[in-house]
Design a binder for this molecule. Structure first.
Ligand code: USQ
Length: 395
């Protein structure tokens, strides 16, 4: 049994990851400051269904499975809170056994402001995004440097770090030949929001830590995730992850399904040729698990592109319409003037073989998978507030 520390354990991906590892026999500690929940309230964007607090969810998980997930509520931009997770000063806000679980063998770092629109709303949200994301990352890097250099850091990056270049996207690195000499460098990055820029800066911080102190880091360049159902959430409906369908925190597939269910025309931004790599939430868990099972070496910054297939926004809208209409919803598609600054028609050819080679078995976005998502979202139809679906945060 190894100890896995999950930073950002209350979020869309953090809580399902905690249950996934706990279910497989690991000791798990989750940390969160409830920023995402609180900001859903301050921004007045509803979630699809209410989600119990982290302490309540850990308690339900223990009652249903007999397995303990320790909970810490705290702000990881405070270095003492981060360091307490490694040196034993931590105080658990919920635990069956409040003794220190010991230094984690693996840290999964999700504790970031994850919304591109939020990051460019105004100078305050931009400042928050940059300071939160970089401070948490730097505090983690120094805690591992000072207390436990063997700990494997799994960090969630984003495919958006690469932008949409006119060349094939490699997994993190690029061999360059320049004036007759060769070298390997981080693939050129060019983000299209300050959130995505903060992720580039995280990568640079860890690349520094790997070179200076031989840290072990896996950086997962993830695409937009969809879905809400995992093996563990099926145990009790109160264990489902936070699910947003609003413009700030909702990702496009989840949004389109919620829109279709309430008869809101699907909000295709601009020409709809924007192509991205997507994955099912179940595959996020597999990818993190496979990365944990085969850690990066000391002094290695290992980068994987964490996507399973690519779609344009138009293809996603057409699939949503086809599935929705087949289920008796009347799904319309409406192109809106794009509030974002991004290429609407572009070349996109990323490599994404590394995680498959580690053993990940993809779940694709088939008609059946989308039908299942429609059914789950439709159960909460009465909670969907049309006025939060689009408000036009402009870049
Ligand atoms: N889009 C629409 N209509 C909508 C919402 C989005 O056309 O109603 C378009 C966007 O313009 C964009 C694409 O769909 O071209 C994806 O947008 P998104 O909101 O699903 O994803 P994004 O803002 O890029 O961010 C999300 C997550 C972020 C993660 C990222 C991966 O919020 O945490 O890092 O996906 S990636 O997109 O590959 O950078």
């Amino acid at each position: 049994m190894t100890h896995i520390l999950i930073l950002g354990g209350d979020g869309y991906l953090g809580w399902p990851t905690a249950m996934y590892f706990s279910n497989r026999g690991h000791a798990v500690t989750v940390v969160d400051n409830y920023w995402r929940r609180n900001t859903c309230n301050t921004q007045d964007v509803g979630m699809l269904y209410p989600v119990p607090t982290l302490q309540e969810r850990a308690k339900i998980w223990f009652e249903k499975t007999g397995k303990e997930i320790k909970v810490v509520i705290g702000d990881l931009t405070d270095p003492e809170i981060m360091r307490g997770l490694f040196d034993g000063r931590v105080r658990y806000d919920w635990a069956v056994n409040p003794e220190f679980s010991g230094i984690p063998e693996t840290v999964v770092h999700y504790a970031e402001q994850p919304s591109a629109p939020y990051s460019v709303m105004n100078y305050k949200t931009a400042n928050f995004t940059l300071s939160n994301n970089l401070l948490v990352t730097n505090n983690l890097m120094f805690a591992v440097r000072d207390f436990s250099r063997e700990t494997h850091i799994i960090k969630l990056g984003t495919m958006g770090e690469y932008g949409t270049p006119n060349i094939d996207i490699e997994e993190g690195w690029l061999e360059i030949e320049h004036k007759g000499r060769k070298g390997k460098f981080l693939f050129p990055r060019q983000a299209s929001s300050l959130y995505h820029t903060s992720k580039i800066m995280d990568t640079d911080l860890f690349w520094f830590g790997v070179r200076m102190w031989n840290l072990r880091v896996t950086d997962l360049m993830q695409g937009p995730v969809y879905g809400m159902e995992t093996e563990e959430s099926a145990i009790d409906s109160r264990l489902k992850p936070i699910f947003n369908y609003d413009e700030i925190f909702g990702t496009v597939v989840n949004r389109f399904i919620a829109q279709a269910v309430v008869g809101y025309p699907l909000t295709v931004y601009g020409k709809g040729g924007q192509t991205r790599g997507y994955l099912n939430i179940k595959d996020t868990l597999q990818c993190v698990h496979m990365s944990e099972k085969t850690p990066a070496k000391a002094g290695e910054l290992r980068i994987f592109n964490q996507i399973m297939e690519t779609f344009s926004v138009n293809q996603l809208a057409e699939l949503t319409q086809k599935v929705g209409n087949g289920m008796g919803f009347n799904v319309e598609i409406k192109s809106l003037e794009n509030p974002r600054k991004e290429a609407e028609e572009h070349y996109y050819n990323p490599t994404y073989q590394g995680l498959i080679d580690l053993g990940v078995q993809p779940h694709y976005l088939t008609t059946e998978v989308m039908t299942g998502m429609f059914a789950l979202v439709a159960e909460h139809k009465e909670n969907i507030r049309k006025e939060v679906i689009f408000r036009g945060v402009r870049w």
